[in-house]
Ligand binder design. Structure first.
Ligand code: GLN
Length: 208
C-alpha cells in the first residue's frame, strides 16, 4: 500500500487527486490518498503530489507551516508547473523570500512561456525512442509555465515541446528517491504521468 498525499494549500488540487485515483485503479497499485496541509500530515507518506498554482504563495505557506524540511525526506515527489518550481534546485525570477525544496537538479525560469494571456495548449513530443509516452496525442495546458533551462547530469528528459525541443517533463532517480516534474499540466488531461509516477515510485521503494 502506497501512502500518497496531495499538497492542498493552493492550486489544482482536485485534478491531482482525480489523476492519482485513476492511476491507482489503472496500474492496480493500491494507494491510500489524502490531502496534506500541515507538517504532521506529511508523516508516513511515500509520495507527495505538488499541484500547479502560484509558487511564491505555496512556498511562503510551506515555510510558515515548517513543511520544507520534512518534504525533502519524502521518497517520491511529482510536481507540475508551480510544483516543479518548488522542487527545482535553481529558480530564475524567484522572489527573495521564496524558499524551494531544491531536490530536482534543474534550473527553471518562472513564467518564461509568458503571462496568463499567453497560456496555450500543445501536444508534447516523446524525448527519444525509449521514452515513455506520458500524454499521447493530447494537448496539454501551459499556464504561466516555467521553462526548464538547465538539466543536471542525473536528470532525464521524458518529453519535449514539439516546436522548440525544450524539455517539459523530466525525472530524476537516485537511491530510494523518485522525482518527476512537468512544466505544464498533464493532470488536467490524463492520468498517465501519475501512473508512471506510481510505478516508478514503487520500484524505487523496493530498491531502498
Ligand atoms: N507561474 C506560476 C509560478 O511561478 C506557476 C503557474 C502554474 O502553476 N500554472 O508559480
Amino acid at each position: 500500500m502506497l501512502e500518497i498525499g496531495v499538497l492542498a494549500l493552493q492550486g489544482d488540487v482536485a485534478e491531482h487527486l482525480e489523476a492519482a485515483r485513476q492511476a491507482g485503479a489503472k496500474t492496480r497499485i493500491s494507494i491510500r490518498l489524502r490531502t496534506v496541509r500541515t507538517a504532521d500530515e506529511l508523516a508516513g507518506l511515500h509520495g507527495l503530489l505538488l499541484p500547479g498554482g502560484e509558487s511564491t504563495t505555496l512556498s511562503l505557506l510551506l515555510q510558515k507551516n515548517a513543511m520544507i524540511e520534512p518534504m525533502r525526506k519524502i521518497s517520491g515527489l511529482l510536481g507540475t508547473c508551480a510544483g516543479l518550481i518548488l522542487m527545482a534546485k535553481e529558480v530564475e525570477g524567484k522572489s527573495a523570500e521564496q524558499e524551494c525544496l531544491g531536490v530536482l537538479d534543474v534550473r527553471v525560469d518562472r513564467n518564461a512561456y509568458g503571462s496568463q494571456v499567453d497560456s496555450f495548449e500543445s501536444a508534447l513530443e516523446k524525448a527519444g525512442e525509449g521514452a515513455p509516452d506520458l500524454t499521447g496525442k493530447l494537448r496539454i495546458p501551459f499556464i504561466r509555465a516555467p521553462k526548464i533551462v538547465r538539466v543536471g547530469e542525473g536528470v532525464h528528459v521524458l518529453a519535449r515541446h514539439p516546436n522548440t525541443g525544450e524539455p517539459v517533463i523530466v525525472q530524476q532517480k537516485q537511491a530510494g528517491k523518485f522525482y518527476l516534474g512537468a512544466a505544464c499540466h498533464p493532470e488536467m488531461r490524463t492520468s498517465r504521468m501519475h501512473e508512471y509516477f506510481l510505478t516508478h515510485l514503487q520500484a524505487a521503494l523496493e530498491t531502498k
